[in-house]
Design a binder for this molecule. Structure first.
Ligand code: TPP
Length: 618
């Protein structure tokens, strides 16, 4: 069946029986590819029938179909001209793991970060109406992503707008791990709605029996009715804010789904269709452990076991250290935005369940929540991936830094993250944090320095950022001996010919360079910046004055980070005779590929750097 499908016109020719066969084939195909390339397996296996039904009923070329997060868009890509290319999924120059209009116009809105789909859909619905055009606009959003503040803001806007917009709520009871929070409780009630029907009737009968005397009581009774109605018909929540609620519907029954979508197409106003799916469906290991197969590295299909050797990584070191610190300091609390496992906080939650707060996919709330905790005397460590910190920028400025609150902002997955691509690269944090007053920014060169920075962050009693990369430490052969001092760099090798200033995960590279340069009789001075803010102007300038030749290496954008800082230092101090070169990421969104491939592509390979240094010194 799969061979017959090149686009959704082909799909529309199939009958239900053939679509069921197609669903099976698509699952096997995705499994085969993700087991080799890695990727978001469980979410895609869960939406096979849903995607087939949506794209059979709606016209992806005319209607607007927006995938929230977009990690579940592989089925859509298969059905829309990228079946063969899917083999290159997430590979350098291959197709992306998220919707990309650059690949195909039917990916009508690029996603990667959660909870944006309803806002984008509302924008499109309003534009459509202003242009007097006719089509359906559909946002497909998971129950996890529905917990994001943006989704709530958009529901609020859409509900009262009267616009024709369809929200398909793909409810699998999971975010990356089990979904949590009040919205999830609401959905739990909805999931078992059918069981309420009976009691609903009996409640109605009971209410009717209440004697109604006088106007006041009538009002009271109608208010009570409303409240009770909300309790026993929880879909009312969506109805109350202006949506027509349809569901819950079995998300693996193509026939039922198509029927509902056809009906809904005819209805005016905002509609929410509640669809129940099973995350990881059709592959036993992912059905049993959907969290492990949310974002999977390559694995063996037979056993489901990962083919990647598990090495201790920065997130794990962070998590273990925090558990140790928390045993001595009862004020320490940890916050995650739906990424407990990814950020290494699982053990912390096991040991201190009352001191770990998983706030859902709610980075903005996480930061202001941390500010509240800090204001009341606690010591919050907030661990969020670099690219998701972007969403909480105002909270960092307005709620944390303006009040100079001692929140430790741990920036995980900083720098190039690899195959998830442009939406997930953590290239901007150094730059955007640096603009903020009152903040201290540190980046460790290895695990030991991360631990030291975590201890030191508490001593500072102000907003602190600690950024560290995805994965494991690189061997430096140099252990951290010097104590951390605010705004002081660490000179790890003295030299006279060239100064290499680097930060975080690029320090080991700088040391490696220095080692090789020795063979060319070039004596490099290696500086671990440790702090980007406050920056060690004095220490770095002293080295530059000696060598008159400086290069910077950082895992971040060229604008506003280490490169800019050193450049400003040179200009501000009028050092006209100094040679300067920076290794950093250019002013463009960096695509997907492995970390090594991207480092090579963007000039971080040893050969290129060596060539430059040798030329600049001679
Ligand atoms: C702003 C933001 N924070 C965190 C993430 C990481 N993340 C990707 S998918 C996901 C869970 C999404 O759950 P849900 O919407 O229910 O989709 P499912 O994977 O269960 O289908 C999370 C937390 C993200 N993409 N964007």
């Amino acid at each position: 069946m799969l061979n017959k499908i090149n686009n959704t016109d082909d799909l529309k020719k199939l009958d239900i029986k053939d679509k069921k066969i197609l669903a099976k084939e698509i699952r096997n195909y995705i499994l085969e590819i993700v087991s080799k390339n890695g990727g978001h397996l469980a979410s895609n296996l869960g939406v096979v029938e849903l995607t087939i039904a949506l794209e059979s009923v709606f016209d992806v070329n005319k209607d607007k179909l927006i995938w929230d997060v977009g990690h579940q868009s592989y089925v859509h890509k298969i059905l829309n001209g990228r079946k063969d290319e899917l083999k290159t999924l997430r590979k350098l120059d291959g197709i992306a793991g998220f919707p990309k209009y650059q690949e195909n116009d039917v990916d009508c809105f690029n996603t990667g970060h959660s909870s944006t789909s309803i806002s984008a859909a509302m924008g499109m619905a309003c534009a459509r109406d202003l242009k007097n055009e006719k089509n359906s606009v559909i946002a497909v959003i998971g129950d996890g992503s529905l917990t994001g503040g943006m989704a709530m803001e958009a529901l609020n806007h859409a509900g009262s707008s009267g616009k024709n917009i369809i929200v398909v709520l793909n409810d699998n009871e999971m975010s990356i791990s089990k979904n949590i929070g009040g919205i999830n409780q609401l959905l739990t009630k909805l999931r078992v709605k059918k069981n309420y029907t009976k009691s609903n009737d009996s409640w109605k009968r009971k209410i009717r029996k209440i004697p109604v005397i006088g106007k006041g009581l009538v009002n009271t009774v109608s208010r009570i009715k409303k409240v009770i109605k909300q309790l026993i018909i929880p879909g009312m929540y969506f109805e109350e804010i202006g949506f027509k609620y349809v569901g819950p519907i079995d998300g693996h029954n193509i026939e039922d789904l198509e029927h509902i979508f056809r009906e809904v197409k005819k209805i005016n106003g905002p509609i929410l269709i509640h669809v129940l799916t099973k995350k990881g469906k059709g592959y036993k290991p992912s059905e049993e452990n959907p969290d492990k197969f949310h974002g999977a590295s390559p694995f063996d299909i037979e056993t489901g076991k990962s083919l990647k050797k598990k090495k201790k990584d920065y997130s794990a070191v962070f998590g273990h250290k925090l558990v140790k610190m928390a045993s001595k300091n009862e004020k320490i609390v940890a916050i995650t935005a739906a990424m407990k496992d990814g950020t290494g906080l699982t053990k912390f939650g096991d040991v201190y369940p009352d001191r770990l707060f998983d706030v859902g996919i709610a980075e903005q709330h996480a930061l202001t929540f941390a500010a509240g905790l800090a204001k009341y005397g606690m010591v919050p460590f907030v661990s969020i991936y670099s690219s998701f910190y972007q969403r909480a920028y105002d909270q960092v400025i307005h709620d944390i830094c303006m009040q100079n609150l001692p929140v430790v902002m741990c920036v995980d997955r900083a720098g190039i993250v690899g195959n998830d691509g442009e939406t997930h690269q953590g290239l901007y944090d150094l730059s955007f944090f640096k603009l903020i007053p009152n903040i201290v920014i540190m980046a460790p060169k290895d695990f030991k320095e991360l631990e030291a920075m975590m201890d030191y962050a508490i001593e500072l009693k102000c907003p602190v950022v600690i950024r560290y990369p995805r994965g494991s430490e690189e061997e430096t052969g140099v252990s951290t001996t010097k104590e951390l001092k605010l705004g002081k760099c660490e000179k790890i090798k003295t030299g006279k010919d060239v100064t290499i200033v680097s930060i975080g995960k690029m320090v080991p590279k700088a040391l490696e360079m220095a080692k090789i340069l020795k063979e060319f009789k070039i004596d490099a001075e290696v500086i671990n910046s440790r702090f980007l803010k406050p920056f060690d102007n004095f220490g770095v300038l002293k080295s530059i004055d000696k060598t008159k030749n400086v290069i910077t290496i950082e895992d971040g954008t060229c604008i506003g980070g280490l490169a800019s800082t050193v450049k400003e230092l040179i200009v501000d101090n009028n050092r006209k005779d100094v040679k300067f070169k920076s290794y950093c990421y250019p002013d463009k969104f960096i695509e997907h590929g492995s970390v090594n491939e991207l480092e090579d592509r963007y000039g971080f390979n040893n050969e290129d750097i060596l060539k430059y240094i040798i030329k600049s010194v001679k």
